[in-house]
Design a protein around this ligand. Structure first.
Ligand code: SF4
Length: 385
């Protein structure tokens, strides 16, 4: 007998991944005998009036679609109970409460749903996720580090690694898994899990990033056997240079193409409590290192945890013009936003003495120099200076 009708609602923000939290809640509710449906955006399901609606949220700057989803559900289902959770709800519950005093706000995770295999079958209902064929797994929560710009310690607390296998959390029909741990290699079980993936012929996606400081020879060799298309790491502080360089060398010896090692590079970060942050010179230093080491750099502009606007924050150590230089160089010289160490780009960086030279674009003809608008700039052919 059906105990309740449940609606899971994913707001219509940009995301590469389906709403894992909602799918776990969906499984939890199904176990309780509920009938569960999933929607993305403002969609009405015919002949279905839910008793309870769970709405998720993502980063704080993506708050607008979340508010729209709440308004839509309140209007469409005035008698249903509404619960809003996820990152934005956890970081800014007071903002939500002020606008929507009658809804319930859930902060943090649902421990009772954490250990369940997500209800992936619900994705078939949503056009965007209909062909999704990967399992998203966590073998650990939290992180051993406390990077000042990171949301993880706030949302997940201290490091907890208690899963020695991810197979119970991998859908039997999936041959690919997205490892969503914040710091997978910090788990004492990580190498065993990687061996498990080799044994079951499952391809991992480390899009979330691995901690280069934790790469040793054994990890590099096992990772190489898994043959992921690429692996992401981070190079956020120049003090990490020797460990990053060592990880690149181990992975390259293990058989990785260096270009497939992608390093996120945070910039525009400023910590007001300690009055410290990175600078354009620091960006140039790290970019120079990565290009010299032959790997790919992926610049990531810092957005404060409570920012309601994606690219509004400008660190006191940066300015709008310099931030725009990076955005422009990524569009024109980058490949999907990354700086890949192709010869032309390597030479450009090698011959640059400072940030401005490295990020400068030179239009082909003199006339184009007069064109000051960014849009027009994007339409021009450019030479690497
Ligand atoms: S290592 Fe990664 S997950 Fe851990 S605190 Fe730093 S940025 Fe966050």
């Amino acid at each position: 007998m059906i105990s309740m009708k449940i609606l899971l609602a994913e707001p219509e923000y940009y995301t590469k991944y389906p709403p894992l939290g909602l799918l776990k809640i969906g499984k939890m509710e199904e176990r309780n005998g509920s009938y569960v449906r999933l929607i993305r955006g403002n969609t009405i399901i015919n002949d279905f009036t839910p008793d309870k609606i769970y709405i998720t949220s993502l980063f704080t700057y993506a708050w607008k679609p979340v508010h729209e989803a709440i308004e839509f559900c309140m209007k469409a289902y005035p008698d249903s109970e509404i619960i809003v959770g996820g990152i934005y709800a956890t970081l800014m519950p007071e903002k939500l409460r002020k606008v929507f005093p009658l809804i319930e706000i859930h902060t943090g995770l649902y421990p009772q749903a954490e250990e369940l295999l997500p209800a992936y079958h619900l994705l078939k209902e949503v056009e965007r996720w209909r062909n999704w064929d990967k399992s998203i797994v966590f073998s650990s929560r939290g992180c051993v580090r406390k990077c000042p710009f990171c949301v993880v310690p706030k949302i997940e607390g201290g490091f907890k690694a208690d899963k020695s296998s991810i197979m119970p959390f991998t859908h039997p029909g999936h041959k690919r898994v997205v490892i969503w741990d914040n710091n997978f290699l910090a788990s004492p079980y990580s190498k065993g899990i990687l061996r498990e993936l080799i044994e079951y012929k499952i391809t991992p996606d480390f899009n979330q990033g691995l901690d280069a400081r934790l790469i040793d020879e054994e990890a590099a060799l096992i990772l190489a056997r898994l043959k992921p298309k690429s692996i992401h790491f981070a190079y956020d502080f120049k003090e990490e240079a020797s460990q990053v360089e060592k990880a690149i060398s181990l992975l390259s010896k293990a058989g990785f193409s260096k270009r497939n090692l992608i390093f996120y590079m945070l910039y525009n970060f400023y910590d007001h409590s300690n009055n410290m942050g990175d600078t354009p010179a620091d960006f140039f230093y790290r970019l120079n290192d990565l290009i010299k080491w032959g790997v790919t750099a992926y610049p990531m502009r810092y957005v404060p945890l409570d920012s309601l606007d994606k690219n509004k924050f400008i660190s006191p150590l940066w300015n709008a013009e310099k931030l725009e230089m990076i955005a422009r160089a990524r569009r024109v010289l980058g490949y999907g936003g990354s700086f890949v160490p192709y010869n032309g780009f390597v030479n450009k960086i090698k011959n640059s003495k400072c940030f401005e030279e490295a990020m400068e674009l030179r239009p082909i003809n003199e006339e184009s120099k007069l064109n000051k608008t960014i849009d027009a700039y994007n339409n021009l052919s450019v030479l690497m200076v």
